[in-house]
Design a protein around this ligand. Sequence first.
Ligand SMILES: [Mn+2]
Length: 376
Amino acid sequence: MFKFIHMSDTHLGSRMYMSDEREQDFYDAFQEAIDISVREGVDFIVHSGDLFDTWSPSNLALSKFRDSALAIRDAGIPMYLIMGDHDRPKRADYPAAEIFNFLGIRLLGREGLETTIHQKNGEEILIAGISNLKGFRRSQLLEEYRKAENSASGFSNSILISHQAITGFLYDEACEAKPSDLPANYSYLAFGHVHDWALKTDARPVFSYAGSTEMKSTREIRSFIRYGKSVNVVSIDNGSVSVERIPLKSVRFQYLVATSPGSYITDIEEAISKYSGRFGNKKPIFTVRISGTADRDKVISDLKKYDGIIFRPPEIIPDHVDVETRPGMENMSDYIGAYFRDHPELSELVTEYYRNARGDREAAIKALLERLGVSE
Ligand SMILES: [Mn+2]
C-alpha cells in the first residue's frame, strides 16, 4: 500500500497586484500542503508542475522552497515533480527545482517521458513523469503518452504525472489532448495546469487535477466558492485507488460580485453576510464587476467604507460589450496572444518580456538589449 499527496500549481513567488501580502499567500498555502504531507505520514509527494511561478524564481521564492524541502527530507518524504509551462527554463538554463535534488526533490521528464520506481517493504510503484510540452515540443505529447502506456505494463501500482490541458476541463481552444489519448493502464493520473480541482473516479485510471493551491486569476473564484482549494491524499493498494481531499485553510477568500450599477452595494452586503464565516484570518479580496454605466470614482469611494475587505479596482463593463465573448482565459500570455493574434512573433516577444521581467524595468531593458544583440 502506498500513500501520497498529490499537489499542483503552487506558483511560488507569484506576486499579484505587486503585493507582498499576495506573494506570502502562495507561500502560506504551499507550507500548509507540506505540513499536511508530514502530518499524514505519506510515502512521497507528487507535484504536477508550476512549482514556481516563473522559470527564474526570486531568491525569496527559492529559500521558501528550500525550507519546505528540508522539512520533508527530515520527515523522509521524497518529492517527485515535473515542470509546468511556468517553470520550464527558457534557452539553456537549468530548472530551479533541480537545484534541490540533493534533498530528495526528483524532477522527472525534462525532455519527454521519464520513469522511476519507488519501493517500500518489497512493494513497488511506477512513477512516470512528462514535463509540460508546448510550443514546438507539443507534437511530441501523444507519442510520450504512448511510451508511458508501454512503461506501465506489468506494474500493478502506477502513477503518471503530466501538466497539460485535457479536453473537458478547460475551454476547447486551449486543450492539448483528449481523455482517450491518455494511457489507460495507470492506477492514477496526476495532472496539473488546470487550476480548478477535478476528480474522476468513475473509470480507470482515476484522473485528477489537484488544482492550484492559491488563486492566480478571478476565473478560479467560481470553483473556489464551490469546492475550496485542496490537496489530494491518494492511497494505492494493488492497483485500487482511493482519494481524499484535504482542504487548505490558509487560502485567502476571494469573491466575484457580478452586479449592476444600481445594486452593487446590496450585492456586496449580501455576499459579506453569506460568506463571512469563510473569511478566516486574512482580509478577503472582492472583485466587483459592474455591467452597465457607472461612475468609477463614486464606486471606489463607496467601496472604501468596507475596511475589512480588499477590493480590486472595480471592473466596469459598458452594456454594448457582450460579457460572454470576453476572453475567458487563464493568464496574461493568453490575453497577449489574443491581442496580437495576427502576429504570433510579436505575441511571443511580448510574452517573453512579461514573464522574464516580472515588473522589473531594468531586467526588461537588459533582456531587450540582449535580444537585439546589444550587450553592455
Ligand atoms: Mn499553473
